[in-house]
Structure formats: C-alpha cells, structure tokens
Design a protein around this ligand. Structure first.
Ligand code: NAP
Length: 429
C-alpha cells in the first residue's frame, strides 16, 4: 500500500492532470532558460487552472527557442527586459544567478509584474532590505513578490511545525538542527553556485534551507547569533591553486539565541567520502542522506496530581525529508513522560508516533483543495496565485521581513566563517 501510494504520487507529480485554463489565468514569463524552472514552475503550472507559462527569455535567443519548443512555451523573447516589457505577461519567475535577483526583481516590479523569486532573495542583507522596503513592494496594491522557499508550503512542514509549537506537550524549543546535502557528482565546478561574483556558495544555495528551517522552528523573529562555523573550500585547481577562496562548498554552523536556545545547520554541495564496509557509510559516501530537521523541546509540566505527583513530558520531533516530502517523508514525535514526586522520578515511559502529512488533516478545508501528489513547488504556486488573486489561501507565506531576516542570518554566518558577504554587483534601478 505504502509503495503503491508512492508510485501514484510520483506518477501524478510528473504526469499531472491538466485542467482547462481559466480566461483570467496568470501568465508567467521565465527569466532565463534555467535548469530549475521545468520542475519548479513549468510542471507545477500544468495542473493549475489559473497559471499558464507563456514566455521565456534567455541571453541566447536560439537556446530560448529550443527551451520553449521543448516545454511548449509560446513566446520567446530576445532579452530579459523584452520579456518584462511584454504586456501579455503578468508575472515573472526569476531563476537567474543570485547576483541578478535584486536587479531583475526591481525591474520586473517596476514593469508591474508579480515576482516569484528564487532563493536566496538577494546577494546580501543590504540588498534584501532595499528590495523588500522599496516603494515598488510596499505601495498599496503593489505587485506580489515571493521568495521561493517552497518547502514551507507543503503540509508536511506545517504538520512538523505544529507538533513542535501547538502540541499540549510542546515546551519551548531547546535545540534545533537541520541538514541537507547533495552528492558530489551532481554539480560541476563551473556551476554558478561556485562563483563568488555571482553570489554563489553553499550557504546561499542549498545551505540556505537548513538555515531557514532552524529559523522557522525557533520563530522567524528570533535573532540567531553564530557561535561556531566551518566551511569546506572548493577542491584546488589542477595546478594546485585555490579556486574561488570566498566560496563555501559545504558549511556547518552553530548558533544561540538571546534566550539561550541553540541551533545547528549543515549543508554540503559536494557531499561524499571514502568507502567503508557498512552499507550506511556507502550511502554517506555517495552523498545519499535524507535532509532532516530535528527539534528538541524543553521538558514541560503537563499535570499536577492531588497526591503531589507531577507529570512532565519532554518532546523530540524529527522531520525526515523536508525537501521532497511529496515523494516520501516521516515525522517522528517522541515524548518521554516522567512522573515526579518530591523531585524523584517515580515512573518513566516513552510514547512515539510516526506521522505522514501528504495533505492537510482530514476535515480541514485546505485538504479539499490540495492533493497528496502535489510537490512543494505546486503547493507554493497555489499560494502565489492565491496572493495575487487576494484570496485567503492556506495561510502559509514568506513575507519581506522573513526574506530580510534570512539574508541577515546568511551574512552573519559568512562573517563567522571569516568569508565576505556576497558582493553587490547589481545595477541600481
Ligand atoms: N527552489 C529550488 O529548489 C531551486 C533549485 C535549484 C536552483 N534554485 C535557484 O534558482 C536559481 C537558478 O538555479 P539553476 O540551477 O536553475 O541555474 P542555471 O540553470 O545554471 O542558471 C539559471 C540561468 O541563469 C542565467 N544566467 C544569466 N547570466 C548568467 C551568467 N553570467 N552565467 C550563467 N548563467 C547566467 C542563464 O540564463 P540564460 O538562459 O539566459 O542563459 C540560466 O538559464 C538560483 O538562484 C538557485 O539558487 C532553486
């Protein structure tokens, strides 16, 4: 049954039903013939009756034409500017190198387009503050701009958060950790992610997810103070010289908050290692490790009995695979109960439950809209459209303050690493 459900989800995710598009569907244009857009927007839009991917622009028109032909996109533009000047386009998807996010967001907003902006929102916190406080964003009825933290929109992530924050046993968060790795064969060393001038680095790319995850668990308003940080440099070039010394190919960092809570993040774009005899380390050697987020809560007093006994519970919550939860995930909720009398433990027991949340809970009106096979990108697109159409939606959103705080946490981590914040190269608009 579990396997059949998984096969069904994967089949529908890659071969989604294609409803008739509505007359007032949002017409999205793609800035760049990017690698990610076929997954994040083109495929997600197929099953949305109110989204059509209508245009693409690339630096090389012939490449854009071939991309358009492959993905059935009707309009090809010669330049990014020509696409945002196209009055038939209502919204743009910006999946350009990070160094171009700020400039092309502002250009698009100025042209009145809604913006779905790939993470990280900008090259550094200064750019993020300028972008999200810009009158083009803050004016009444301004176009919508969303930093594409797609994982947050999936019911699995929200269920995990509710097990941390809304349970009767939920104490304050004591420690949170999050990790995400890519196997080292996945990217080549000439990738945009390994170029400092393009605002690359692991923390800017895949590492931004663990950082976002721990911030979500601790509370978006909580300030993280880096305590320790290490990075893995790029392997040296063939002649032995250092390649892009400001680039972190992998990153590990620990933090504390003003209340003394602690956090740890780990990310690696070139995960891999040697071989050993244990199958578990083979998987590690290949870089095949689940993305995981783990929260440890403070012990909470849940009941005081007439005989003087007090019932305490300490909860741990783990979400396995926050990045591709639609494929498979598991939420482990482990409660350690203690009955204590006059400071002495008189009884201890554990209760563990394993949850799945491919959709919102039964009975929740959102469950009638969402589908079990929706990818994180599809969930995100649903809420992007709801926001543009001024509908209530699921309630999940990434606002400008959140995007600014995320970039501030990235810059603070780079400072702790002894690396420079990513440079501003954008042309002022
Ligand atoms: N949400 C996610 O799951 C996810 C996953 C992967 C990536 N991302 C984000 O999406 C963005 C793009 O990532 P990607 O993997 O799709 O990248 P990519 O395909 O390597 O590059 C994206 C586009 O950047 C454009 N570009 C403009 N100037 C460039 C230059 N000087 N050198 C190289 N490319 C240039 C290219 O556009 P032309 O077509 O015009 O040549 C290319 O199509 C990044 O911000 C990344 O962090 C998000």
């Amino acid at each position: 049954m579990v396997l059949l459900d998984l096969v069904q989800r994967v089949y529908c995710a890659f071969n989604p039903p294609t409803p008739v598009k509505k007359n007032d569907a949002i017409r999205i244009g793609l800035l760049g013939a990017s690698n990610i857009a076929p997954f994040s927007v083109i495929n997600a839009a197929k099953s949305h009756s109110e989204v059509i991917v209508v245009a693409v622009a690339a630096r090389d028109r012939e490449r854009a034409r071939q991309y358009a032909e492959k993905h059935d996109i009707p309009i090809v533009h010669d330049s990014y500017q020509a696409l945002i000047d196209d009055p038939s386009v209502n919204a743009v998807y910006i999946a350009l190198p990070n160094s171009l996010h700020y400039e092309w967001s502002l250009r698009s907003l100025k042209a009145g387009k809604h913006v779905l902006l790939e993470k990280p929102s900008c090259s550094n916190a200064e750019e993020a503050r300028k972008l999200f406080n810009h009158p083009l964003v803050t004016a009444p009825n301004a176009p919508v701009i969303l930093e594409a933290f797609h994982y947050q929109f999936h019911p699995a992530w929200q269920t995990f958060l509710s097990q941390v924050h809304q349970s009767p046993y939920g104490g304050a968060v004591k420690h949170v950790s999050s990790s995400f790795y890519l196997p080292k064969s996945y990217l080549t060393l000439d990738d945009i992610r390994f170029k400092y001038g393009m605002a690359g680095g692991c923390l800017m790319d895949l590492g931004t997810y663990p950082l976002s995850c721990v911030r979500q668990v601790l509370g978006r308003e909580v300030r993280l103070h880096p305590v320790t940080a290490q990075h893995k440099p790029l392997p040296p070039a063939a002649d032995g010289s250092a390649r892009e010394p400001q680039i972190d190919a992998g990153v590990s960092a620990t933090y504390r908050t003003d209340k003394g809570q602690t956090a740890q993040i780990d990310g690696d774009l070139l995960r891999g290692g040697g071989w050993s005899l244990s199958p578990l380390s083979w998987a590690k050697g290949l870089g095949l490790e689940w993305p995981v987020t783990h929260a440890t809560l403070e012990e909470a007093l849940v009941d005081s009995q007439d005989d003087g006994a007090q019932h305490f519970v300490q909860r741990n919550v783990t979400l396995w695979n926050q990045m591709l939860p639609w494929f498979y995930h598991r939420i482990d909720v482990c409660d350690t109960h203690v009955l204590r009398r006059q400071g002495r433990d008189v009884k201890t027991w554990k209760e563990t439950k394993y949850l799945k949340a491919y959709n919102w809970p039964a009975g929740d009106e959102r469950a009638n809209v969402y589908r079990d096979w929706w990818t994180t990108y599809r969930c995100q697109l649903e809420e992007f459209v709801n926001r543009i159409k001024v509908r209530k939606g699921s309630g999940v959103w990434v606002d400008g303050n959140e995007s600014i705080a995320q970039m501030e946490a990235i810059d603070a981590t780079y400072a702790q690493l002894g690396l420079k914040s990513r440079p501003t190269t954008a042309v002022e608009i």
